[in-house]
Write a protein that binds this ligand. Sequence first.
Ligand SMILES: Nc1ncnc2c1ncn2[C@@H]1O[C@H](COP(=O)(O)OP(=O)(O)O)[C@@H](O)[C@H]1O
Ligand SMILES: [Mg+2]
Length: 356
Amino acid sequence: MIEFDKVKKIYPDGTEAIREFSLKVQAGEIVTLIGPSGCGKTTAMKMVNRLIEPTAGDIYINEQKVNSYNIHELRWNIGYVLQEIALFPHMTIGENISVVPEMKKWKGKKVKKRIDELLEMVGLDPTTYQKRMPRELSGGQQQRIGVVRALAADPDIILMDEPFSALDPISREQLQTDIKTLQKEIKKTILFVTHDMDEAMALGDRVCLMKDGEIVQLDTPQQLILNPKTEFVRNFIGERKSPWQTAVDVICDPLSSHVLTKEAFEQGNFDQNVTYIVTDRNNMYEGVVSKGTIKPEFLTLENDLPLYKATALIQQQDTQHLFPVIKQGKLIGVLSNKKIVEYLRSKTTLENGVIQ
Ligand SMILES: Nc1ncnc2c1ncn2[C@@H]1O[C@H](COP(=O)(O)OP(=O)(O)O)[C@@H](O)[C@H]1O
Ligand SMILES: [Mg+2]
């Protein structure tokens, strides 16, 4: 666990890089730090492994202040990946990976085993790759080594400062996938700096959006998109709302012919072959007509439920095809499977079935 408690950093020249920063990264969590250039991301990160000392406030790792640790042990126990691929050029890949384990005086056999394990983890054949020199690898492969090198001595905590920003989009995406897959197994506590919102959203369990040395919003990617706190957040996120995040009340049909008043029902004034959703005279939802009676035990959807959640409920229904959308007990529309398909298709650019 990493905790920043009211941390400030003023550089000697008077630059207030971090004004007020409190953040807890839970064990096993990835928090992505994002914000405009110069907002203090690198400064915040470097205070964790004490490459920079805070001016005020405290930083804790596993509830112990970072400055109470032996600085070497602190750094060996924190994996650190930088933007620039910083492999030692005159060492083989195997030697690069084993730097920290060697410092920690691991036995030769254990180190060798670890090198094989790590190379396999990122899909590089150990026999082929451990003897190679960094220059004999592509940029993406080198950065992959940068990542596993940070994992080598099995640290609890990993700091990554824009680790993929120098890479081409394909390598970047591949490495993002690597990290996500790896994280499922290794469950590290990761602070990940990026300036790419897609990357921040894809990797972060939570995203910490910063501006001028302060946190503007710290939230799950979903919440950032659905409930941006300020105009700045909204602009920073941009128009990236996925159609799956649209609330059901936006797409439901408010004038559906499948709605029946209770009075009409009681008068038998309806088509026996059609499914109806029944409301009282105040438009309060009553139930669905099934086999001649009104039954309440059907799935209803709250008006602000996003589609990705609604569809998870809908797919469990075998016989129901019309879904009442309810706001505070009132029926505000009807959602059908057809409406959902139409909406998603209209919002997705489909070219030969490939999502653009
Ligand atoms: N050693 C330093 N001395 C003075 N100012 C610095 C130093 N390092 C960074 N800064 C300033 O602190 C602010 C935050 O920088 P930084 O943490 O690198 O931001 P980011 O990583 O978000 O781009 C910037 O205004 C930067 O110019
Ligand atoms: Mg930076």
